[in-house]
Design a binder for this molecule. Structure first.
Ligand SMILES: Nc1ncnc2c1ncn2[C@@H]1O[C@H](COP(=O)(O)OP(=O)(O)OP(=O)(O)O)[C@@H](O)[C@H]1O
Length: 499
């Protein structure tokens, strides 16, 4: 008799297995549940006894279903380097600097070798039919990586290879890291998540400390403080303090508080979590949001004076005013607004916020900055900004000549100009925010050159000064400017005088 080919053997095995399964399904109907469980357990044990391969699963989400597992993220980036070379089915996504990044597609398999041991990775998913996206289950699909290897490598894989994957994966993730801007604001529903969870976009704010227009001494001091913080892991551990630091940025609108936060994030390569407190329903929701904040991040609460209990009160007042004005045609729209205002009143309390920042963040997470901004530092509850909670108080003020020089370099590439003296003198006598100075330095038409922009600024500064000191100032100042400008460009001078 002719020996069976490999194909025939597989076919025979397949049909035998199918027959056995059919038989088992048939028998199951007649045997009690307990006995069935017993038989199934035995079969499983027999399979694992005869199967020489070990399987480890690494799931994407932690037990609570909210947080992505760090192990999963590390495996994902570890495998991404092999993916482009080895995998046949790839997933492409837009990554850092608008570059496409490739990763394994669902159900794809990859092999890897480590100290002579061959392992197999695959990306699988569990689809939970019938479940929708909810707060607790943001995704109905749950992905997980499976690692399969021969049992003779058990020790090598569990004690050495997995550690190697975690370490390499984390390092790669760090190198490819793209800074993100997270927000909980319902108006910015960038992802499919519900409004109460953070949604994010890539954070590509162009501001840096180099372009930030503040006094150079103050700038250097802040930068040194930030760098010392980010290198301070051992120091914080030694003194027994949680590795976090609070900054209070205060000053009039347009002095660069938001710009400084962007510069901080760029300097340290941190993510930014912009917490809109008025969109947080209550302390429970606040807790959920804060638990989600990752390490190496800045938690920002802007205009803190407008965000806490005060806001509730303000909204209540407005709701009452609208209710009183409920007459005529406006009634319908007022009713709607009153309803929205009443339902949107945040119940987050100052003590709730402080408890979470002090308690929760001290017991979990590290390398985090908290930044509060306000235009009115005097309005804040001293408990909120005491040292230890807000460690560094930074005052951002009107544009100094030092700060102006940074803006002149940013906007016009100018390091010096004969008109700078006049600007310096006016800046010492007036108050103008960097935002207003910057606006005046922007060319108003394509043909505007640097000198025209500087003259625009001088004119604006004169107007501010005039408001403070009266019109006589303008006359005196014009004489000085005209003297300088006449030497530079006569046509510009007449323009200024005419204005
Ligand atoms: N110190 C600064 N350095 C560089 N640019 C600045 C500075 N201050 C303001 N600007 C410019 O003005 C614009 C507004 O500044 P920014 O939003 O940072 O001010 P702010 O203090 O946060 O204001 P607000 O209190 O109203 O939020 C910025 O887009 C930036 O171009």
């Amino acid at each position: 008799m002719k020996p069976a080919t490999i194909g025939e053997t597989w076919a025979r095995m397949g049909s035998t297995l199918a027959g056995l399964m059919f038989l088992w399904a048939f028998i199951q109907q007649f045997i009690p549940y307990e006995f069935r469980r017993y038989v199934e357990k035995g079969i499983n044990r027999l399979i694992s006894f005869t199967n020489p391969y070990v399987k480890i699963s690494i799931h994407e989400h932690m037990g609570d279903g909210l947080k992505r597992s760090e192990a999963y993220i590390a495996v994902e980036s570890y495998l991404s380097t092999n993916t482009a070379r080895k995998a046949k089915r790839l997933k492409a996504e837009m990554g850092k600097n608008n570059k496409l990044t490739l990763s394994m597609d669902d159900y794809e398999k990859l092999t890897d070798e480590y100290q002579g041991a061959k392992v197999w990775w695959s990306l699988n998913k569990i689809i939970r039919s019938g479940t929708g996206s909810t707060f607790h289950n943001p995704e109905p699909e749950r992905r997980y990586y499976s690692l399969t290897f021969h049992k003779r490598y058990r020790e090598l894989i569990t004690e050495s290879y997995l550690e190697h994957v975690m370490k390499e994966g984390k390092a790669m993730k760090e190198r490819k890291r793209e800074r993100k801007l997270y927000t909980n604001s319902p108006g910015y529903n960038w992802s499919s998540y519900k409004s109460t969870i953070w949604s994010h976009i890539a954070f590509e704010h162009p501001a840096s400390f180099q372009t930030l227009a503040i006094n150079s001494k103050q700038k250097q001091e802040i930068m040194d403080d930030l760098v010392a913080f980010s290198n301070g892991k051992d120091y914080y551990a030694k003194i027994g303090k949680a590795w976090k630091r609070g900054y209070l940025l205060y000053g009039p609108p347009g002095t660069g508080k938001s710009t400084m936060i962007a510069a901080m994030a760029k300097l340290l390569d941190y993510d930014v979590y912009d917490l809109e407190l008025t969109a947080v329903k209550d302390n429970t929701e606040l807790r959920k949001l804060l638990v989600e904040v990752t390490n190496k991040s800045i938690l920002v609460i802007e205009d803190i004076d407008c965000s806490l209990d005060l806001t509730g009160q303000r909204k209540n007042d407005k709701a009452e005013r609208l209710t009183e004005a409920n007459v005529g045609e406006e009634k319908k729209s007022n009713d709607k607004e009153v309803k929205e205002l009443k339902t949107n009143i945040s119940k987050v309390t100052l003590s709730g916020l402080l408890n979470f920042i002090d308690g929760l963040w001290s017991s979990c997470g590290e390398e985090r900055l908290i930044v509060f901004t306000t235009n009115y530092v005097g309005k804040l509850d001293p408990a909120l900004i005491r040292r230890g909670r807000m460690d560094k108080h930074i005052k951002l003020s009107y544009c100094s000549f030092d700060a102006f020089k940074v803006l002149a370099k940013n906007y016009m590439g100018l390091e010096s100009h004969p008109l700078f003296d006049c600007i310096q003198q006016l800046m010492n006598e007036t108050k103008m925010t960097p935002a207003d100075v910057a606006e005046n330095l922007m060319p108003k038409s394509v043909c505007n050159d640097a000198e025209t922009c500087l003259l625009n600024l001088i004119q604006a500064l004169q107007e501010v000064k005039e408001e403070i000191e009266g019109p006589k100032v303008k006359e005196n100042q014009e004489v000085i400017v005209n003297d300088i400008s006449a030497k530079l460009n006569p046509s510009q001078t007449s323009k200024l005088v005419d204005d």
